[in-house]
Design a protein around this ligand. Structure first.
Ligand code: HEM
Length: 347
């Protein structure tokens, strides 16, 4: 046991070393070393403390929050296990547009939720039902953004993924603009633009590779990958990086753009590291998934994650903790606690 912990420790150390040397999308530029270890210590000024997320945020105002949420998520996923992946993806789409502010939940003309990029998003009913019960137990207290962050975590755990503690206190945004979803990657990007996109959200190369591991569960519509199957880049042939047997399977499975196919071809319902093992067998469903294996900046990380399941579980929790606090609204004059997650409050 002690040996395996030590081994995991060594692998983590190796992983961080790889990341430190590969974290720059622009190969020949180096990060100025005086920027790397800047430690920001919050002062103990009360107004600043109000603006921070905290683990005990609902301890007094809504102590039953996490148990209500947990039970609801569990029941929904027991009825339909595919909802687990949908809740996790909902959090992704929420946080990368205007931060983790619940803006993806707003349902009005021209909102993010009505955009093309959101067409396949699901899980809204789960969030609404949790919110309704919370409004009965502790009215006007728990934000929709906090509900979504905790639901994504509990959904991950339901399928065997890691647990991470979610700090609370996010306010709900009042603005949601469909056009802003155009920045969300769709699976046809190159690695440099994915790295830059993640960096623009304060995330690293390691976060990119580890969070892409979300594709160990869930499905894609065939419409998102059909271009890889027949006439890749106008060649009249399939994408040559796809394993021939897997290609044959996909060509049979994806006759119609409206069909769905598992993102992880081997264990689609388990939150495990098989996603990375599949990539090493050229069985990545999305073009961007497979690229993580072939690009020299990301491939050492893919190999490490494929060979040691515990690293994936551990680092996924770490990366999701960072992800869940992107550009959160916390100040008194920012955002609100919505009473219905689909609409901003009427004043
Ligand atoms: C690295 C950039 C990413 C790209 C290019 C990408 C792209 C995609 C695409 C194209 C789909 C299928 C959509 C369809 O139905 O056609 C998908 C599904 C999914 N994505 Fe990502 N994604 C990325 C990152 C993430 C991250 C960071 C997360 C979570 C934190 C995530 C979670 C998921 C999940 C769970 C699904 C399955 C959803 C379901 O079954 O309902 N993705 N992604």
């Amino acid at each position: 046991m002690a040996n395996s912990s030590f081994f995991t420790f060594l692998l983590l150390l190796l992983l961080y070393t790889i990341v430190a040397s590969a974290n720059n999308p622009n190969d020949d530029e180096t990060v100025p070393s005086d920027n790397v270890f800047t430690l920001q210590v919050p002062t103990l000024d009360d107004s600043i403390l109000d603006n921070l997320l905290s683990f005990g945020y609902y301890l007094k105002s809504c102590p039953e929050f996490e148990s209500i949420l947990h039970n609801k998520v569990k029941v929904w996923i027991q009825k339909d296990h595919t909802l687990a992946a949908s809740l996790l993806r909902l959090q992704f789409h929420d946080c990368v547009v205007r931060g983790c502010d619940g803006s993806i939940l707003l349902d009005h003309d021209g909102s993010e939720r009505r955009a093309e990029a959101s067409k396949k998003l699901r899980g809204f009913d789960v969030i609404n039902e949790i919110k309704e019960e919370l409004e009965r137990s502790c009215p006007n207290t728990v934000s929709c953004a906090d509900i979504l962050s905790a639901a994504a975590r509990d959904a991950t755990v339901e399928l065997g993924g890691p647990y991470w503690a979610v700090p609370y206190g996010r306010k709900d945004g009042r603005i949601s603009i469909a056009k802003e979803t155009q920045i969300i990657p769709i699976g046809r990007e190159n690695i440099t633009s994915l790295i830059e996109f993640f960096q623009s959200k304060g995330l690293t190369l390691l976060d990119l590779v580890v969070l892409s591991g979300s594709h160990t569960i869930g499905r894609s519509s065939c419409g998102s990958i059909q271009y890889r199957l027949y006439n890749y880049q106008g060649s009249g042939k399939p994408d040559p990086t796809i394993d021939p047997k897997y290609l044959n399977f996909l060509q049979r499975k994806c006759r119609w753009a409206s069909e769905s196919v598992d993102l992880d071809a081997t264990t689609p319902n388990n939150f495990d590291n098989n996603y990375y093992i599949n990539l090493s067998k050229r069985m990545g469903l999305l073009y961007t998934d497979q690229l993580l294996y072939s690009d020299p900046r990301t491939s050492p990380l893919v190999s490490a994650l494929a060979s040691t399941p515990s690293i994936f579980q551990h680092q996924f929790a770490v990366s999701m903790s960072k992800f869940g606090v992107i550009d959160v609204l916390t100040a008194q004059d920012e955002g609100e606690i919505r009473t219905n997650c689909n609409f901003v409050n009427a004043y």
